[in-house]
Design a protein around this ligand. Sequence first.
Ligand SMILES: [Zn+2]
Length: 269
Amino acid sequence: MKAAVFLLCLGHLPAALADLRFHWEDHFSREDKSKLMSWVSEVHAGVEALVGELPFDVQIYFHRTRAGEPVPWANTERRSYRQGVHFHVDPRFSLKDLREDWTAAHELSHLVFPYLGRSHSWFAEGFASFMQYQVMHDMGIISRQEMLQRYGQKLDRARRSYSHQDRPFAEAAPRLRAERKYPTMYWGGAAYFLQVNQALQRQNKTHMVDVLRQYVACCRRGGGDLEQLIRDLDRVARTTVFSRHLERFRTEAGFPRYQDTLAAAPRKR
Ligand SMILES: [Zn+2]
C-alpha cells in the first residue's frame, strides 16, 4: 500500500516513508514513466501482501531496450546498504503486457532473502521461481490452475534435462550453471520450496508465506548467509523442516521430488 501512496505523492513525501526509489538510466516519456512506476509499485505491493513490509528502501533502475518482450533482462542489486532491481524494459509494451510478465514478481521476491552468494544461487533462484507465480496468482493475474500448470511444466522440463542422476541437486547445481542449464537449476531449486511448503502444512499446520512473514519481520534486516537463514526460518516456524530438506538436497542423488507437492501449493489469500 505504501508503494501506491508513494506513487501518488511523488515528490511530496518525506524520504523516510518512501519505500520505492525510481532511477531513470535512459530517457523515458512521462507516460512511460507513469506506466513503469505503476507496474513495479503493484508488484512490490503484491510481494509485500504475502511476506509483509520489507524493512528497507528498494531501488528501482529502468534501462531502455527494444525487444520482442516487455522485460528481456533484469537483475538485482545486492549491497548491504542498497537493495534493488535493474529492469531492462521495452516501453512500447502496454501495462497489461508488463503485468502478465513474471520478471518483476521474480526479481522483487529475491529481496525477501539476503544475498546468499554465488555458490548458493540454486537456492536463491529456486526461491524467486517458487514465488513468482504465487505473487502473480495472489495479485489475480493468473488462476490457481494456471499457476499449477506452469509449475508442472517448468519442473517436468527441468527433470528431463537433469543429467546428474548420481549427484545430489545442491552438488550438481554449479555444473548446471556451467552447462548454461539455468532453468534446470532454477526449477530444481524451486522444488526445495515446494517440498518445504508441503511439509510445513502437514507437520506444522502452517504455510510458507506465514513463515516468510515472520522471518521478514524479525530477521531480514540482519542479513546473514544461507546457514543463518535456515536457522532463522526453522526457529520462527518452530520446526526443523528447512534444515532437514536442505540436508536431503545435499545428500540424496537425483532430481528432487516435486510431483506430489503441487497440490499443497498456496491458494489466494
Ligand atoms: Zn533470479
